[in-house]
Design a binder for this molecule. Sequence first.
Ligand code: NAG
Ligand code: NAG
Ligand code: MN
Length: 364
Amino acid sequence: MPADFSLLHRICKLVVLLCFFHIAVTVFFYVRSFDIPLAFPHKRQSHNNTTQSGLDTHTVSTSRTEWNTQNEEGTAAPQSEPGQKSVTEPRKSLEKCPETSPLLVGPLRVEFNNPVSLEQIKDENPNVQLGGRFKPKDCEALQKVAIIIPFRKRDEHLKFWLYYLHPILQRQQLEYGVYVINQDGDETFNRAKLLNVGYQESLKDKDYNCFVFSDVDLIPMDDRNTYKCFSQPRHLSVSMDKFGFRLPYNQYFGGVSSMSKGQYLKINGFPNNYWGWGGEDDDIYNRLASKGMTISRPSGDIGKCRMIRHNRDKQNDPNPQRFDRIAHTKETMNKDGINSLSYKLMSVEKLDLFTKITVDVGKP
Ligand SMILES: *[C@@H]1O[C@H](CO)[C@@H](O)[C@H](O)[C@H]1NC(C)=O
Ligand SMILES: *[C@@H]1O[C@H](CO)[C@@H](O)[C@H](O)[C@H]1NC(C)=O
Ligand SMILES: [Mn+2]
């Protein structure tokens, strides 16, 4: 009898212990998934050990409150056009689109298991015009956005990008064009220079007032993460699966970002001399900070995105000069940028779902 009782006692203890363990695990994962900026409140670029030179005075605010207010502000800087409504042609002028599109659906499922074809994407997006252009039918878009994608030999990724992004961008009621900037030849890749080329070439097409710079392998997981511009430069890919849905460091500006024309010109565009992987995004951050700008971001939840897994590209090894370069952004940025850009245009192809611009950017 007493033996049975002690056995029961032990089982009970075990059950209680298991319960505690379960709760602890649940709480741990709940807290972990909670939010990004609280994770590394004071470290700067520690994971790839860059040091910033003298530009540190402008810390990016990551307090929750500021993040949220910046999230809410939908107002963009790029209002260069006079806002006068034409009285003479009332039938042509549409109402402005609302600040928040009513077509948004929120979180999206994104996966890369089944390949997609250009035909299929075209059929599913009948309103996308030649060159990958779109504007809403029923209202006048608040911004004209050029989406710039630096590219070389990533056709499979591009298909997924087009498959996911065209429907999202249309639901966001943007007037937009997709520009794939293809680096010609097999020299070392130069992401930032390709972005400069995209800025310059897209403006030959239309008077865009906002530029979104996106890697080809990044797909947003929520359509409330609007691909438009804000009163401060915007970082859109804030919680990538690659980094465990966290921001790797507060100054991180890689992946997907947006800038109004004014913001872009204020920093003289991007550096042209970062050959190979890494650092160019930190240089861009230094440029922004040195001009007194801060980074606007969506919340970690809305800013979730997936990266298509891949091996490192050939001719895109880590750039050994990058640490030295980003230490001198402040001295170099005025002479190296959109004002010193030179390249050789090889071809411009207006395809069904995007405009493909092939360019020779030279070599290191
Ligand atoms: C960090 O810096 C040290 C010394 O400068 C260098 O040897 C090391 O490779 C760097 N680590 C990374 C991840 O870049
Ligand atoms: C540091 O790592 C981030 C994220 O991988 C990358 O975007 C950035 O270019 C790196 N910076 C340097 C200097 O290597
Ligand atoms: Mn990638």
